[in-house]
Design a protein around this ligand. Structure first.
Ligand SMILES: CC(C)(COP(=O)(O)OP(=O)(O)OC[C@H]1O[C@@H](n2cnc3c(N)ncnc32)[C@H](O)[C@@H]1OP(=O)(O)O)[C@@H](O)C(=O)NCCC(=O)NCCS
Length: 177
């Protein structure tokens, strides 16, 4: 398990799946804001890769996030689009509603940076988030990510086009060591 100050990132366990499904993916608004694909209902036995976590895909690393204090599941984190030529990847995360606003998201980003830069030897990490996702923007910037641009009206979310912000962090600018 990868450990930060508050959170641990480990493999997806079978028991995590119903919790993540109910708390994150069945919520139409959270699902629509956090996933670029359109929300749709899923049968309980569907092997949705967002939930099950395919750990054979070299370009995509799914984690479950636990609170270190109680070893309880609090969300998901992903490193995706890993490009071993350009040594870059994207990161994303989603916390259960009860776990938000407590500093965990900032710590998850820190642990993902450690995984990307130290464990995987990457050179650049990138985050895309909706321009009104203030907690995500702040969690990224607290870890040194820099706003690199706005993708205007790039996301169709619940009846309207919203801007996305693109943030990047280079290994040499990372203060995590
Ligand atoms: C986005 C998310 C991962 C952030 O994690 P979090 O644990 O809630 O964030 P933190 O508690 O670490 O807070 C990060 C910063 O945002 C600030 N913040 C938190 N909630 C806020 C809000 N509603 N409005 C403005 N700022 C807020 C915090 O004060 C903190 O700033 P500080 O360090 O200067 O005090 C989490 O809220 C979440 O899972 N949201 C739903 C899914 C989602 O949007 N995922 C991202 C998709 S790209």
């Amino acid at each position: 398990m990868l450990k930060g100050d508050l959170v641990g990132l480990r493999a997806r366990h079978e028991a995590d799946i119903p919790v993540l499904r109910t708390e994150l993916y069945d919520d139409v608004v959270t699902g629509s804001r956090a996933d670029s694909r359109p929300w749709r209902p899923l049968r309980p036995d569907t092997k949705d890769p967002r939930l099950v976590g395919d750990d054979t895909d070299p370009g995509h690393v799914p984690f479950s996030v636990v609170e270190l204090a109680g070893d309880t599941l609090i969300g998901t984190a992903t490193m995706w689009g890993i490009d071993t030529h350009h040594r870059s990847a994207h990161i994303g995360l989603g916390l259960l509603p009860s776990a938000r606003g407590k500093g965990y998201g900032t710590d998850v980003v820190a642990v993902l940076c450690h995984y990307g830069f130290v464990v995987r030897g990457l050179h650049r990490l990138q985050i895309e988030t909706l321009a009104d996702n203030f907690p995500m923007l702040r969690a990224a910037e607290r870890n040194g990510f820099v706003r690199e641009g706005v993708l205007r009206s790039s996301s169709w979310v619940m009846g309207e086009f919203l801007d996305e912000v693109l943030l990047g962090l280079l290994a040499e600018d990372w203060q995590g060591n």
